[in-house]
Design a protein around this ligand. Structure first.
Ligand code: BTN
Length: 349
């Protein structure tokens, strides 16, 4: 096991160096110097990578060049692109499982550390909010659950969902689409849902044990991958952009951004997240119909309060506080949302 993980780290490092070099060749000598390995050991790791689907060109007297990376979401693909200290540094990758949230919950109960992530190529019983299913076809999208161990009282844990929504909307905007957050935490492009978040909590009265932040992002699925009832309601990043998305690059960008926002939130509190959430929201300033388990409410979505509850001004002038429900935006009003300037290369091909 220890040997395997050393070899995996060496392979991740080789991929990192080759990715950095882009179209240029990296000599075997340079790689062996950077890794502290013999040239033969480097060659063996390159061979191992080839058997895992990487196309690595080797030219005598020039060195190695990475030509093609398999479209997968293992640590080998994501780690070389990550800029995090904890999040995604350990990836539990599954070709197929029921729900990443459930697997992450069990791992966390067994002591998994802050930042460990469960990723699946396919989920057979992906869970959405309010008991719904999350459609999770194989090899096309991103389904992951992050195990977080923040020092927070349990009543503040829902704020983490807003942290994730902000990171998600920003990462999607970085790809050139006009993503917006629809309350509570769905992310939409042109009024169609592209991503959702399901946060689950294990806590005692005073202290959070862990939080599972589960995120599903439709990246490369097409209309035919959605069941009939979701066509016209759901979309994918690739449908919105008209080109294929590099899933590992997207995952690395999202996790990097998620950790940046998480760090800021844990250091300075909820205010900055709330302010950014409001900028990215498509719900505020709109007339809405909110359906909760027990009732319906119509009015103007005026604000979110410091805990993330939606504040709706009813026709009678009352300000109602909604903690959970589904929002229908009744009629588009002019959105005050500013576009964001990308901060780093877009995670797309
Ligand atoms: C929603 O209803 O909007 C929330 C959807 C959350 C789906 C993701 S996919 C990865 C993780 N595992 C699950 O079973 N659900 C979440």
């Amino acid at each position: 096991m220890a040997l395997e993980s050393t070899e995996q780290t060496q392979e991740e490092l080789i991929l990192g160096f080759l990715s950095e070099s882009g179209e240029d060749y990296t000599s075997g000598e340079a790689l062996s110097g950077k890794l502290g390995l013999s040239r033969t050991a480097v060659w063996k790791r390159v061979e191992a990578l080839r058997t895992k689907g990487y196309r690595i060109e080797a030219v005598p007297a020039r060195g190695y060049r990475l030509v093609e990376v398999p479209d997968r979401l293992t640590a080998l693909e994501v780690a070389p692109l990550l800029e995090t200290h904890d999040l995604g540094r350990t990836v539990h990758h599954h070709a197929v499982l029921g729900s990443t949230n459930e697997v992450a919950f069990r791992l966390a109960q067994d002591g998994a550390e802050h930042g460990e992530v469960v990723v699946a190529e396919q989920q057979t019983s992906g869970k959405g909010r309010r008991g719904r299913a999350w459609v999770s076809p194989p090899g096309l999208n991103l389904y992951f659950s992050a195990i977080l161990r923040p020092e927070l009282p349990p009543q503040r844990a829902p704020e983490l969902t807003l942290v994730a929504a902000v990171a998600l909307a920003e990462t999607l905007r970085e790809c050139g689409v006009d993503a917006a957050i629809k309350w509570p935490n769905d992310v939409h492009i042109d009024g169609r849902k592209v991503a959702g978040i399901l946060t689950e909590l294990s806590a005692e009265p005073e202290r959070v044990h862990f939080v599972i932040v589960g995120v599903g992002v439709n990246l490369n699925c097409q209309d035919e991958h959605f069941p009939e009832e979701l066509r016209g309601v759901a979309t994918s990043l690739s449908l919105a952009r008209g080109e294929k998305v590099h899933r590992a690059r997207f995952a690395a960008s999202l996790w990097t951004r998620l950790e940046e926002w998480l760090d800021l939130y844990l250091e300075t509190g909820f205010d900055a997240v709330r302010a950014r959430w409001k900028e990215l929201s498509s719900t505020l300033g709109q007339d809405v119909l909110v359906r909760t388990d027990r009732s319906e409410l119509r009015g103007l979505a005026e604000d979110i309060d410091p805990s993330g509850a939606l504040l709706v001004r009813t026709e009678g002038g009352q300000l109602e506080r909604v903690l959970a429900g589904d929002v229908e935006q009744l009629r588009p009003r002019q959105s005050p949302r500013p576009r964001q300037t990308p901060r780093r290369a877009a995670p797309s091909e």
